[in-house]
Design a binder for this molecule. Structure first.
Ligand SMILES: C[S@@+](CC[C@H](N)C(=O)[O-])C[C@H]1O[C@@H](n2cnc3c(N)ncnc32)[C@H](O)[C@@H]1O
Length: 232
C-alpha cells in the first residue's frame, strides 16, 4: 500500500486483482484446447529464447506460464537428464494438457505446479534459469511477477522472455488501439504495465535481444550479477 492509499483503496485493488486472475483462468482454460497452431508457428522464436537462458546440464529451470507445455522438451534438452524442469501455470486445463504431454513421453525430471506467478512461488535463489513465453504480460501484476522471478533466481541465473507489446514507435503506432483490444480480448493482456520497464527495475542487467512484427514481439533477457567472491 502506498502512503496516500487508504485501506479501502487497497481492498478495491485486491478485488480487481482477484477478478483479473479469475478472468485469466477462464480465458486460458478456454484456449487450452486450441493452442497447437501457435505452438508450431513460434517454435524457432522459442528456441532462440531458450538459448538466451544459457543453462547447463544439471541446472534447474522454471517455465513460467508454461501453458500446455510447449517449451518443456527444449528445456529438458538444455538441462539434460540430470537437470530439473518445472512448469508453472494458473490454468488447470493448460496444465492438464502439459501433464498429458509429460506422461506420453515418460519424462521423469519434469514437474508441474498450479500457481499464480504474481505471488511468491519458489524459495529464493533456487533456480538457474526462468523462461516465459508470452506469459508475463498476461499476468495482472507484472511488477510482482518479475520481482518474484528475480528473487527465485540464483545470482547469475537468467530470465529469458519472449513477449508482446504495443507498437513502440513510428507510424505503426496508429494501430495500437486495435492491437491493444486484440491482446486484451485474446489473452487478458495487461495493458497497464511495461514488462521491459519492470525488468530494468528488478534486475542488474536487461537486454532487448531483438524485436520484430513492427516491434510488437520481442525477446529479452535479464540477470542479476553473480556475487564477487572477493567482496563481503
Ligand atoms: C499466451 S499463454 C502462453 C503459454 C505458453 N507459455 C506458450 O508460449 O505457449 C499465457 C499463459 O500464461 C498463463 N498465466 C496467465 N496469468 C498467469 C498467472 N497469474 N500465473 C501463472 N500463469 C499465468 C495462462 O494460463 C497461459 O497458459
Amino acid at each position: 500500500m502506498t502512503r496516500r492509499e487508504k485501506p479501502a483503496d487497497h481492498g478495491r485493488r485486491d478485488r480487481g486483482h482477484r477478478r483479473e486472475l479469475e478472468r485469466s483462468k477462464r480465458r486460458w482454460d478456454f484456449w487450452s484446447s486450441h493452442w497447437g497452431l501457435i505452438e508450431r508457428d513460434t517454435v524457432e522464436i522459442r528456441r532462440e529464447t531458450v538459448e538466451q537462458l544459457g543453462v547447463e546440464p544439471g541446472d534447474t529451470v522454471l517455465d513460467l506460464g508454461c501453458g500446455p507445455g510447449v517449451n518443456l522438451a527444449m528445456l529438458r534438452e538444455a538441462v539434460g537428464p540430470g537437470g530439473q524442469v518445472i512448469g508453472l501455470d494458473l490454468s488447470r486445463k493448460m496444465l492438464d494438457r502439459a501433464r498429458t504431454r509429460l506422461e506420453e513421453r515418460g519424462w521423469q525430471n519434469v514437474s508441474l505446479v498450479q500457481a499464480d506467478a504474481t505471488a511468491p512461488h519458489v524459495q529464493a535463489d533456487q533456480l538457474d534459469g526462468v523462461l516465459a513465453t508470452t506469459a508475463v504480460s498476461a499476468t495482472p501484476d507484472v511488477r510482482s511477477t518479475v520481482r518474484n522471478v528475480s528473487e527465485a533466481l540464483c545470482p547469475g541465473g537468467r530470465f529469458a522472455l519472449y513477449d508482446i507489446r504495443l507498437v513502440p514507435a513510428g507510424p505503426g503506432t496508429v494501430l495500437n488501439p486495435v492491437v491493444r483490444r486484440f491482446y486484451r480480448l485474446f489473452g487478458n493482456w495487461n495493458d497497464e504495465e511495461s514488462v521491459l520497464d519492470e525488468l530494468h527495475a528488478a534486475f542488474d542487467r536487461t537486454e532487448l535481444v531483438r524485436s520484430f512484427a513492427l516491434g510488437t514481439n520481442y525477446i529479452a533477457v535479464a540477470e542479476n550479477r553473480r556475487e564477487d567472491p572477493g567482496t563481503g
